[in-house]
Design a protein around this ligand. Structure first.
Ligand code: CMP
Length: 627
């Protein structure tokens, strides 16, 4: 860190903490410590005006206030009178320049085309003032730090580098568009007007017209407008609104080009002295009020640009024809750009739906290619409809791009209804719930799907978010049914044995699966939850007539609070079961199977819940509304 000889430029050790990070300073500006307070007051005010403030651009670049303070110190130590691109000065300067540019780009062509020989004082004053400001802008640009594309945080603050960069990029365009032509005309007018008026009136007029034509180079200021607008867009509209902003910009640009084209339609015949076959003469507008001339010129230009017609009359002269062609080309280009952007916007508005349609189309083609049977195709189509509900997201990819904390929060939020409906979770430690839900995988099964096959080795267990599954015994009898908020497939994971029963989806089932590795990993950390699960599993085994003792091989003495928790969970499951079993169970059994569950009766002690499904489909099924 180089220290400057001027005390006001020095970084004091008070500015930096013991750990080398700059101390947080009161916002918005750093008061520069100075001995000669009164003398340096203005200077320090100016300097702070040039320093980065905590505006949106600065926060985007530097991320935190601490980094911002560091940047201020860096600027202070660099010791030059350099304006930071994130400073308040630059912000307000850019804003003023933006307004002035828009005014210039609208007024200039009108003044040049419709007020040709009228060098009024007002016009000269306006031109002189704007030329001066644009020249000052060049100076300001020479002293404004440069944000690098590849290293946004490292703003170039060295005046030499800034000058080099500016000279290499926009300087010449800026200079040409800011040449103070009116100052030159003023001098020219004062010194030679008399002799020109008397001796060479015709030549003077031509020179004046040429000068007017030359002032068209001011329209190159458009490049500055584009630069400023894109810079602002990047900082302030870098989200969804940016697409709208782009379309808005494009419409503004189209209107501006239309305006320019209109002015050009009039300027050319005017410079030719309104030949009799020019559109102005045909329309008898030579002596009309400028607004009338402008309106007809704009109408003509717009008609070409939108490819609607030629205005009042088709072009008669060669010049008119060329002008018409020019505005047709510019109009068609703008139109094509507009269409492209609008299509882009419409597509980006509903990208998930578009992706879904693309996916379905691909699947349809695949099914045709593989010549799958009709009913299988039907099932695949239905699966897609149910699974994605018309929108396709690569959820894993989206969540993978989030921070760990955000990912966890999103998953917890997404699983909130599951957590609320599963008694096992509702009574569990919130850390346990969070650990489990972040490892769940969403799966959908269709009616009739065998989710678990008896006798196989299990690799995962399931939590039911929505739907009904039947526990089917080896002899084909349905032992019981489970619904929203229940879980199954845990016994095999707890005992390391084979599946004790088959599980079949009775309706569409939205399940969350937990793999055996994750299952063991989580339960190792929460042994109490393992105990709870084992207790429920023992009862389940008991119900289907299998030996429940396999669950308690490693049984240890439980402490009072632990056994209370287990009882709470088991009771919660029981309460849910009691709530639902009277109505839903009987109703479902009757409607779905038309008979009582065969072995459900003798084991009424089972403490398993069967909450009412939320799905409209299932309710409709209960009410007998399905086709
Ligand atoms: P698992 O043996 O892994 O696979 C079949 C599953 O069916 C089993 O785990 C239990 O989760 C579930 N299951 C077996 N019997 C019952 C029952 N009586 N009540 C509820 N669920 C059961």
């Amino acid at each position: 860190m180089t220290l400057h000889s001027d005390p006001s430029m020095q970084v004091h050790f008070d500015d930096v903490s013991l750990y080398g990070t700059p101390k947080e300073e009161p916002m918005p500006n750093i008061p520069i410590v100075s001995e000669k307070v009164s003398a340096n007051f203005l200077k320090s005010q100016l300097q702070s005006w040039f320093q980065p403030t905590d505006n949106r651009l600065a926060m985007k670049l530097f991320g935190s206030r601490k980094a911002l303070v560091k940047e201020r110190i860096r600027q202070k130590t660099s010791g030059h009178w350099v304006i930071h691109p994130c400073s308040s000065f630059r912000f307000y300067w850019d804003l003023c320049m933006l307004l002035l540019l828009v005014a210039n780009l609208i007024i200039l062509p009108v003044a040049i085309s419709f007020f040709n020989d009228d060098l009024s004082t007002r016009w000269i004053a306006f031109n002189c003032l704007s030329d001066t400001i644009f020249l000052i802008d060049i100076v300001v640009n020479f002293r404004t730090g440069i944000m690098q594309q590849d290293n946004a945080e490292q703003v170039i603050l060295d005046p030499k580098l800034i000058a080099k960069h500016y000279l290499r990029t926009w300087f010449f365009l800026d200079l040409i568009s800011s040449i103070p032509l009116d100052y030159i005309f003023l001098i020219f007018n004062q010194d030679f007007s008399d002799s020109f008026q008397i001796l060479h009136a015709g030549r003077a007029l031509r020179i004046l017209r040429l000068a007017k034509l030359l002032s068209l180079v001011r329209l190159l200021r458009l490049s500055r407008l584009v630069r400023y607008v894109s810079q602002w867009e990047e900082v302030y509209f870098l989200n969804m609104a940016s697409v709208f902003m782009r379309i808005f910009n494009l419409i503004c640009m189209m209107l501006l080009i239309g305006h320019w084209s209109g002015c050009l339609q009039f300027l050319v015949p005017m410079l030719q002295g309104f030949p009799s076959n020019s559109w102005v003469s045909i329309n008898e507008l030579q002596e009309s009020y400028w607004l009338e001339q402008y309106s007809w010129a704009l109408f003509k230009a717009m008609s070409h640009m939108l490819c609607i017609g030629y205005g009042r009359f088709p072009p008669q002269s060669l010049t008119d024809m060329w002008l018409t062609m020019l505005s047709m080309i510019s109009g068609a280009t703008c139109y094509a750009l507009f269409l492209g952007h609008a299509t882009n916007l419409i597509q980006s508005l509903d990208s998930s739906r578009r992706q879904y349609r693309e996916k379905v189309k691909q699947v349809e083609e695949y099914m045709a290619y593989r010549k799958l049977p009709r009913d299988m195709r039907q099932r695949i189509t239905e699966y897609f409809e149910h699974r994605y509900q018309g929108k396709f997201f690569d959820e894993e990819l989206i969540l993978g791009e989030l921070s760990e904390k955000l990912r966890e929060d999103v998953i917890n939020y997404n699983c909130r209804s599951l957590v609320a409906s599963v008694p096992f979770f509702a009574n569990a430690d919130s850390n346990f719930v969070s650990d489990v839900v972040t490892k769940l995988k969403y799966e959908v099964f269709q009616p009739g799907d065998i989710i678990i096959k008896e006798g196989t080795i299990g690799t995962k267990m399931y939590f039911i978010q929505e739907g009904v599954v039947d526990i089917v015994m080896a002899n084909g009898e349905v032992a019981t049914s489970l619904s929203d908020g229940s879980y199954f497939g845990e016994i095999c994971l707890l005992t390391n044995a084979r599946r004790v029963a088959s599980v079949r989806a009775e309706t569409y089932c939205n399940l969350f699966s937990l793999s055996v590795d994750h299952f063991n990993c989580v339960l190792d950390q929460y042994p109490l939850m393992r105990k709870t699960m084992e207790t429920v599993a023992a009862e389940r085994l008991n119900k289907i007539g299998k030996n429940p003792n396999i669950m308690h091989q490693k049984d240890e003495q439980l402490s009072n609070p632990e056994s209370n928790t287990i009882t709470a969970v088991v009771n919660a499951l029981a309460a849910e079961a009691d709530d639902c079993k009277d109505d839903d169970m009987d109703l479902k059994e009757n409607l779905l199977h038309g008979s009582e569950s065969s072995i459900a009766e003798p084991v009424q002690t089972i403490r398993e819940g069967l909450p009412r499904p939320r799905s409209g489909e299932f309710r409709a099924l209960f009410e007998g509304n399905t086709p």
